[in-house]
Design a protein around this ligand. Structure first.
Ligand code: PLP
Length: 294
């Protein structure tokens, strides 16, 4: 496997960072996760925009143009011979003496990793995933804003540990006042009284790129959607539930705690519309991919 480290692609065995890297010492850094289909990174501009927003929110100068960021992604894919890929771009504050002051780090550490994308089992899309509502609350947005896609991931990891102990696929977190927020790596949607409900950004969530597309697809397909404050009881009373992120797209949920759900019509419709959206994007972008691919 080849990894992009700082300014070039190197074999993974050589892709090493310092013990003084503030990403390692303090979780001081940001990242993005993307999915490439047939050689094209879906919604790459939106991911780059969100990366820059995360950087701005922590006062980090990435030190690369958006074009350079995109080229680094495509170069990493190409050097690993990948067309269907899971991609992670990580940027830490960089190497510096011990201490919290970001000025101790002279330049950020930049990493792109990519590996072959393995499809989720078909059965997951047919039967749905199992979830719990975790006892771990989502970080208060006034404390560590979930809109910063940060390397500081222990909030999510603590909820994930609970999911693993409960032998389920994903954990949903409530916000500090008890409203539904989001999963450890996903946004949540549910159908209640014919309305597609999802926690609003004000609840303290990451505004997922997939979430935004799903809301747009709902509106285009005559499905009324409401972004708001919802209680676990609203979710338990839903007729169907699904979660979203860039890698799993629209994934039905079969169980939340001891409530069971079918993979319903709305989940199926939005998954198929999402995949149409991906295909349309590929048709539009395939001609535009960097010349590296030709
Ligand atoms: N919420 C959290 C906490 C996440 O980590 C992710 C994805 O990694 C999402 C939501 C979904 O975001 P996206 O649809 O942009 O992949």
């Amino acid at each position: 496997m080849q990894v992009y480290l700082n300014d070039r692609v190197v074999p993974s065995a050589e892709a090493k960072i310092s013990v003084f890297d503030h990403g390692f010492l303090y979780g001081d850094g940001i990242y993005e996760t993307m999915r490439a289909y047939d050689g094209v990174v879906f919604m790459i501009d939106e991911h780059m925009r969100r990366l820059r927003r995360s950087a701005a929110l922590i006062g980090l100068d990435i030190g690369k143009s958006t074009e350079e960021l995109k080229l680094a992604i495509y170069e990493t894919m190409q050097s690993n011979n990948l067309r269907a890929a899971y991609i992670r771009m990580t940027i830490s504050r960089g190497v510096g003496a011990i201490g919290l002051d970001p000025a101790l780090c002279k330049s950020p550490t930049f990493i792109v990793m990519a590996h072959e994308f393995k499809d989720y089992p078909k059965a997951s899309y047919e039967e749905g995933l199992s979830l719990i509502i975790s006892s771990v609350r989502r970080n208060l947005k006034e404390a560590l804003n979930p809109q910063i896609k940060s390397l500081n991931f222990l909030n999510n990891i603590l909820a994930k540990i609970e999911a693993i102990k409960a032998d389920v696929d994903e954990a949903l977190m409530l916000n500090a006042v008890g409203f539904l927020a989001e999963g450890t790596i996903s946004n949540v949607f549910f159908m209640k009284d014919g309305i597609l409900c999802t926690p609003s950004v004000e609840c303290g969530i990451l505004d997922g790129i997939t979430r935004t597309i799903v809301l747009e697809l709902a509106s285009r397909n005559g499905i009324t959607a409401e972004e708001g404050e919802f209680m676990p009881e609203d979710l338990y009373a839903a007729s169907e539930v699904f979660i979203t992120n860039s890698t799993m797209e629209v994934m039905p949920v079969r169980r939340v705690d001891d409530k069971h759900f079918e993979a319903g019509e709305v989940s199926k419709l939005l998954l198929s519309k999402y995949r149409e959206e991906v295909s349309a994007y590929l048709r539009e972008k395939q001609g535009e991919s960097p010349s590296l691919w030709e």
